[in-house]
Design a protein around this ligand. Structure first.
Ligand code: OGA
Ligand code: MN
Length: 213
């Protein structure tokens, strides 16, 4: 029998907070999406990938438009594929639970997802952008899970969201990349990663409204 394991009550509360934030403001950030032990397991996976040379300089645009533009973004990434590691599979299964929750409560029609581990070395950033890809609108929701065990605000590296207001004035929201925290927002919302003074780890990706071929 391949029954999905139902999420625990505390996980459900976290999912609910995410769903509420997304539906009311288009943005949610919630702590405890991963426990401290889980954060360590995931962070160790990124450090391992780094130590064996499996992280690659990220580009701007995927596939044919892939160009390395370090002046725009400085992160190094590795896409998470099923069956590559216990940590990666565990990560994807938690996201899958979130997708099921969002689809059944917010009717978002998420059909697929794509995620990568990311490391921002000291001094790097990602300039203001939206996550919408050039040739498709499939990215519906951006999800960033932070894996920084001992983070302090003075390290920088905040996620800065630019939220359009009804009066036309833009409001910014800065989110510290604290371990266990997840930030979710509609992918058309512009945002940036401020320069980081410490190595900054995350698992970042997108919930898609169509299947990846
Ligand atoms: C991205 C991104 C935000 C973050 O990878 O597209 O904007 O906080 N990441 O890491
Ligand atoms: Mn982004």
């Amino acid at each position: 029998m391949n029954m999905p394991i139902p999420p625990s009550t505390s996980t459900e509360l976290i999912f609910e907070e995410i769903a509420d934030g997304l539906s009311q403001k288009g943005v949610a950030f919630v702590d405890g999406f991963f426990s401290p032990d889980e954060v360590t397991i995931l962070a160790n996976r990124v450090r391992k990938l780094d130590s064996i040379g499996q992280l690659r300089q990220a580009g701007v645009g995927k596939q044919q438009n892939f160009q390395t533009l370090i002046s725009i973004r400085g992160d190094q990434i590795r896409w998470i594929e099923e069956g590559q590691s216990i940590a990666g599979d565990f990560f994807l299964s938690r996201i899958q639970e979130l997708v099921q929750y969002l689809n059944s409560t917010c009717f978002l029609g998420i059909q697929d997802m794509e995620f990568h581990f990311a490391k921002y070395p000291v001094g790097t950033f990602y300039k203001r952008h939206s996550d919408k890809l050039q040739n498709t609108n499939s990215r519906k929701i951006s999800v960033v899970c932070y894996l920084n065990e001992d983070w302090v605000t003075t390290n920088g590296g905040q996620l800065r969201l630019y939220l359009p207001q009804d009066d036309g004035v833009e409001k910014t929201l800065d989110i510290d990349p604290l371990g266990g925290r997840v930030a979710c927002f509609f992918s058309h919302i512009e945002h940036e990663v401020l320069p980081t003074q410490q190595e900054r780890l995350s698992a970042t990706g997108w919930l898609l409204n169509e299947k990846i071929l």
